[in-house]
Design a binder for this molecule. Structure first.
Ligand code: S3P
Length: 437
């Protein structure tokens, strides 16, 4: 099990932000690229891979399952796929670290394998609900024991899976992906419907690896019994990592930055829509395609923000961006309301509670509700923040520090390395005032 190190940051205004920023590779795409390449026939090459603890954990798991993965240079992986029937039983439990995506997708992929597996995670992941994937997988014939719906997951091998038509109650790409990945080894057809379309990387990548799949927003359908063929994957910069700089440059007067080659999948860019509605000045430049995904440069200049009611239909498209949005809302004039976002309570921390508590520590008035919050914009004074080991909360308060009257001390930031290794270095280079405590 990985142990979160307690490290602290001190953030304080560093002045206008400038320059070109290359955010790290997309976490969702990197997880899926390793998984599909591992069970494809032949050798795949992944460029732009996220060297974060979450995706390194997924790669290490496949090495334990008998897949050879080379790292010719940083951010590149060469994966010698073994085919869907070529994985070998691991001698030990498989540690997903902090990664909900890793654990939930692996549950689907390993449910139809001939051998037993045990998936474990760190303290945060061990508190995250797994029934959402266990229920459909068990309906498909999987045998998975859990700790009352929480990790560890003990997957019994040798189960014959059958395809199902599954209507998910929650808009979750992880649930959809777990079911589709189990469907690769199921008899017959597997169909997933979701209440709101979510990121479609699994569907797009299955197609890129040669698996026949039908999908349109909100529904995906495939049949078992095909093979995956090795391919090249080019991973765009992670919109969710770029989001911290989008908000920071918007908030800090005089800022002017460009975020390079950011993934622009419409199921990820809800924050762009919301920030623009709040008055942000963000230009999309050089929109193009790389490896089947839309990418663009995002040119951000400072602009004053006004509070809005965040449209409920934008929530799934910005589900990882609420920590950054809460900071933007606190700095906006007027109030911002967030509703329909109860999923935030089961992320790496309860993000409604952690963000509300952190903002209150900085003097902001926040009214929490079960599925969101009302944030009253106003001046931010300094204070001490408990990030609860949540990477995105820690980075969000590093932004707050750039516009606070006094310093912000942020506790327990080690998990920033799960999704954004080197965030502090990149942030300082752009102009952030941010140092180790
Ligand atoms: C992810 C889906 C989202 C997101 C997570 C990554 C994925 O989770 O919050 O960071 O890669 O499929 P949910 O499916 O739980 O919404």
């Amino acid at each position: 099990m990985s142990v979160a190190l307690r490290e602290d940051w001190v953030a304080s205004p560093g002045g206008p932000l400038h320059g070109d920023i290359h955010a790290p590779g997309d976490k969702s795409v990197s997880h899926r690229a390793i998984m599909l390449a591992a069970v494809a026939d032949g050798t795949s090459r992944i460029e732009g891979f996220l060297e974060g603890e979450d995706t390194l954990a997924t790669a290490a798991i496949f090495e334990r399952l008998g897949v050879r993965i080379e790292t010719p240079e940083s951010r590149t992986r060469v994966v010698h796929g073994v085919g869907l029937d070529g994985l070998q039983a691991a001698q030990h439990q498989l540690d997903c670290g902090n990664a909900g995506t890793g654990m939930r997708l692996l549950a689907g992929l390993l449910a139809g394998q001939p051998f037993d597996s045990v998936l474990v995670g760190d303290a945060s992941l061990t508190r995250r609900p797994m029934r959402r994937v266990l229920d459909p997988l068990v309906r498909m014939g999987a045998s998975i024991a859990s700790h009352d719906g929480f990790p560890p997951l003990r997957i019994a091998g040798g189960q014959a899976l059958r395809g199902i038509a599954y209507s998910s109650e929650i808009a979750s790409a992880q649930v959809k992906s777990a079911v589709l990945l189990a469907g690769l080894q199921a008899q017959g057809e597997t169909e997933v419907r979701e209440p709101h379309p979510t990121r479609d990387y699994t569907e797009r990548m299955l197609r890129a690896f040669g698996w026949p799949i039908d999908f349109s927003p909100g529904v995906a359908k495939l049949s078992g019994g095909h093979r995956l063929r090795a391919t090249q994957v080019s991973v765009p910069a992670d919109f969710s990592a770029a989001a911290f700089f989008l908000v920071a440059a918007t908030l800090v007067p005089g800022s002017d930055i460009v975020l390079r080659r950011v993934g622009m999948n419409p199921r990820r860019t809800g924050l762009l829509r919301v920030l623009r509605a709040m008055g942000a000045h963000i230009d999309i430049e050089g929109l193009g395609e790389e490896g089947g995904e839309a990418v663009a440069d995002l040119h951000v200049r400072h602009a004053p923000l006004r509070g809005i009611d965040v449209p409920v239909d934008a929530v799934p498209d910005m589900i990882d961006e609420f920590p950054a949005l809460f900071i933007a809302a606190a700095c906006a004039s007027g109030t911002t309301t967030v509703r329909g976002a109860a999923e935030l309570r089961v992320k790496e921390s309860d993000r409604i509670a952690t963000m509300s508590a952190g903002l209150r520590a900085l003097g902001v008035v926040v009214d929490e509700t079960p599925d969101g919050a009302t944030i009253h914009g106003g001046p931010l004074r300094g204070g001490s923040i408990a990030s609860q080991g949540d990477h995105r909360v820690a980075m969000a308060f590093a932004i707050a520090g750039q516009v606070c009257e006094d310093v912000v001390r942020i506790g327990d930031v080690a998990n920033v390395a799960t999704s954004f290794p080197g965030f502090d270095r990149l942030a300082r280079a752009a102009g952030f005032g941010l140092r180790d405590a």
